[in-house]
Design a binder for this molecule. Structure first.
Ligand SMILES: *Cc1c(COP(=O)(O)O)cnc(C)c1O
Length: 363
């Protein structure tokens, strides 16, 4: 057998990374991944099965994603040429970072800017591509530190800025004035506004697309009941979408994902609304109950999860919950104030209640 050490040719940044692997294990209540509760009706499932049964398995998917782009554009009030669909919005993040790779004069390698804490895929996807990641901590209220961000923009001239709003894991939105101030101060980077949780929020940023050509929006079906399909999209200028289409794998999105996503968007919007309404009502109920617990502060959330600031270490509470077969998300490995925070996804009324009872026993 010939020996070969792949590290001789692997990108050195891989040495610092770990594969993204959600905790497995035998949990009765999983509130760790920000999925929507599984409340799709039998009628909706039957319609999806019927559409799936008509797929021509011998044919490649539609490389132009024509019908799905049209359904998304209609939902957002945009044109199909402004939409690019990926295998989850994760794929669009990787696609942007694959093409926006100029080395500018101020720094030795392509750089991205984001906040911390935020969605981990920005950092991971950038590091996999050998890019530098600048992270500016959120302020006391978990809002963007616009002065810090502007300083980072002028010091490092990033190619791409990622702002998740509502943000994961904090559930907070970037305040509008600060976001605009950042965009105004950044004429030479692409500003990616990640709206993965927008269906749970009080406002969105679509209007910015007609004011700033360097703004794009990411959306996904994953947090509103269709994570299994892996469908996410980018909305932006026609010119940018045309460039992304050159780098996108032509058959990236399988036929069943295209067709079922189209059904979800064009026929099941009432069911999606019912799900988001259920979650928002439960979010209000749970937040109120949690806030009355000693040693727990609930950060006001515009997403389908709550961000809890605890008086005791999150690690020990998380472990106590796990012993009761309930899984939430802790970020305590990362240190600082995150050591006392937990993220809990809003689930069904029953699961939320089980979490609440278990938490009372764990504090
Ligand atoms: C979950 C999440 C996504 C990922 O969405 P997919 O479409 O499932 O890839 C993107 N951005 C944020 C902020 C998220 O929390």
């Amino acid at each position: 057998m010939r020996k070969f050490d792949p590290h001789l040719i692997l990108r050195p940044e891989l040495a610092e990374l770990k594969a993204y692997s959600p905790l497995t294990g035998n949990f009765e209540v999983r509130l760790d991944a920000n999925e929507a509760p599984a409340v799709l009706s039998a009628k909706a499932k039957k319609r999806l099965s019927q559409v799936a049964s008509e797929i021509d398995y011998s044919a490649y998917p539609d490389a132009g994603q024509k019908e799905l782009r049209a359904a998304i554009a209609a939902r957002m009030g945009l044109t199909p040429a402004q939409i690019c669909v990926g295998v989850g919005s994760d794929e669009l993040i990787t696609l942007l970072l694959t093409v926006m790779t100029r080395t500018k004069s101020k720094v030795p390698c392509p750089t991205i800017l984001t906040t911390t804490p935020t969605f981990v895929m920005y950092r991971l996807s950038a590091r996999v591509r050998g890019q530098r990641v600048i992270e500016v901590p959120l302020d006391e209220q978990w809002d963007i530190d616009v002065e810090g961000m502007k300083r980072a923009v002028s010091a490092t001239d990033p190619n791409v800025i990622f702002i998740a709003t509502p943000n994961n894991p904090t559930g907070t939105m970037a305040s509008h004035d600060r976001l605009i101030e950042l965009i105004e101060a950044t004429p030479s980077a692409l500003i990616v506004i990640d709206e993965a949780y927008i269906d749970y929020a009080s406002r969105n940023h679509v209007a910015l697309l007609s004011q700033y050509e360097n703004v794009v929006i990411l959306r996904t079906l994953s947090k509103i009941g269709f994570a299994a399909l892996r469908v996410g999209w980018l909305a932006g200028s026609r010119a940018l979408v045309a460039e992304l289409d050159k780098a996108r794998l032509p058959y990236n999105l399988p036929t069943h994902s295209q067709k079922l996503a189209q059904v979800a968007l064009s026929e099941l919007s009432e069911e999606i609304d019912a799900t988001t309404t259920l979650v928002k009502n439960e979010r209000a109920r749970l937040a109120q109950e949690l806030d009355s617990l000693p040693g727990v502060r609930v950060v006001p959330s515009e997403a389908n999860f709550l961000w809890l600031e605890l008086e005791q270490p999150a690690e020990s509470v998380m472990n106590a919950l796990m012993k009761q077969k309930i899984l939430v998300r802790s970020f305590s490995g990362r240190g600082g104030r995150l050591d006392r925070c937990l993220r809990v996804t809003i689930g069904t009324e029953e699961n939320n209640q089980r979490f609440l009872d278990a938490l009372r026993r764990s504090l």
